[in-house]
Design a protein around this ligand. Structure first.
Ligand code: SD4
Length: 330
């Protein structure tokens, strides 16, 4: 989790981008949720879950989209796109930490209520991989485009090439090169992927996940975030799930798919997320490994679980939002 001072700075910066009063975002942090899910019925009050502190601004933009008639897909794509543009976020889009060769490479995917999906991985020079992922889903017969092919596709679609390596990122990379030690640190800057799942005012589900992946990763490394079933899965009959943390562990257990399948068999979102992290902890050493899952069903219920403490998420029901600390195994 971010130190509070960093969080406040980011909240103010994001509020400026969104053009909202920053104190509104901070008030939103503690606002209680009042909308109760209707048992057995699809929830239609606008429900959003997004990972980490920056989930607050994603949900704020998502709600704005829904208010303007946007779908759950509009909410998650545009909600996460706000975080992609934040240069202070060190693991998403602009300002994302580079791989060990000094290049920022991005992974993202989206999935909609019809079960269609799109993604990009190992993408360079494009500020909004999540929007490119949407274009892959909507404008191609494919699900995943990688590397130069993804970049060429984005440019052909009118996305502009830009430099995503900020001065801060370049300096951090130069510093890292002194030791060139590779050791992911739990909850510290290389674990701030934005995953967002939503149910819109018509009760339809969608999800998006976008990241620059692990800082100083091997060139060519792709994590769970663009992989349907790993970093994200949506089944409009059942629910949706997104993941954050060490992608290798999520991919080995196909975590988001697992969570949705467990919900299909009757588990609540919280129970399903718990089983998915326990599955990881039964299979591999988790002392240095963080994974967090975030899930919702179709009836307005939400749940989350992480291996280690420190994972939090923003939950919005209608215009009310709160920042919640996920329960952890340890
Ligand atoms: C990855 N899952 O590339 C991503 C990293 C992450 O919060 O989630 N960070 O492995």
């Amino acid at each position: 989790m971010l130190p509070r001072r960093t969080f406040l700075r980011r909240a103010a910066a994001m509020a400026a981008i969104l053009g909202v009063d920053p104190t509104r975002l901070l008030r939103a942090k503690t606002a209680p949720l009042s909308a109760a899910p209707m048992k057995g019925e699809r929830f239609k009050g606008g429900h959003m879950l997004a990972t980490w502190n920056h989930g607050l601004v994603s949900n704020a933009e998502g709600w704005r989209q829904m208010q303007q008639g946007g779908s759950a897909l509009d909410a998650v794509v545009e909600g996460t796109a706000v975080v992609e543009s934040d240069p202070t976020g060190t693991s998403v889009g602009l300002g994302g930490r580079p791989d060990r060769s000094g290049r920022v490479t991005l992974d993202a995917c989206v999935m909609n209520a019809e079960g269609h999906a799109g993604g990009v991985c190992f993408l360079e020079d494009i500020e909004h991989p999540v929007r490119v992922a949407r274009a892959v889903m909507e404008d191609t017969p494919h699900v995943l485009l990688a590397g130069d092919g993804a970049r060429d596709f984005a440019l052909a679609k009118g996305f502009e090439a830009c430099n995503l390596l900020t001065e801060d990122s370049r300096k951090a990379w130069e510093e890292w090169r002194q030791s060139a030690q590779y050791h992911p640190i739990i909850n510290v800057e290389n674990h701030d992927t934005i995953g967002m799942i939503a149910q819109d005012l018509d009760g339809r589900l969608a999800g998006a996940c976008t990241t620059s992946g692990l800082a100083y990763k091997l060139r060519g490394r792709v994590g769970d975030s663009p992989i349907i079933g790993a970093g994200l899965f949506v089944d409009d009959e059942v629910g949706a799930c997104t993941a954050t943390g060490l992608g290798e562990a999520v991919m080995k257990t196909l975590g988001s798919f697992l969570v949705v399948e467990l919900m299909r068999q009757g588990a609540s979102p919280a129970e399903a997320c718990l089983e998915a992290v326990e599955r990881i902890s039964r299979k591999m050493p988790v002392d240095d490994l963080q994974v967090g899952y975030l899930a919702m069903d179709t009836q307005g219920n939400a749940g989350a679980q992480s291996i280690h403490g420190g994972f939090n998420y923003a939950r919005s029901v209608g215009d009310q939002t709160e920042l919640i600390d996920a329960p952890s195994l340890r």
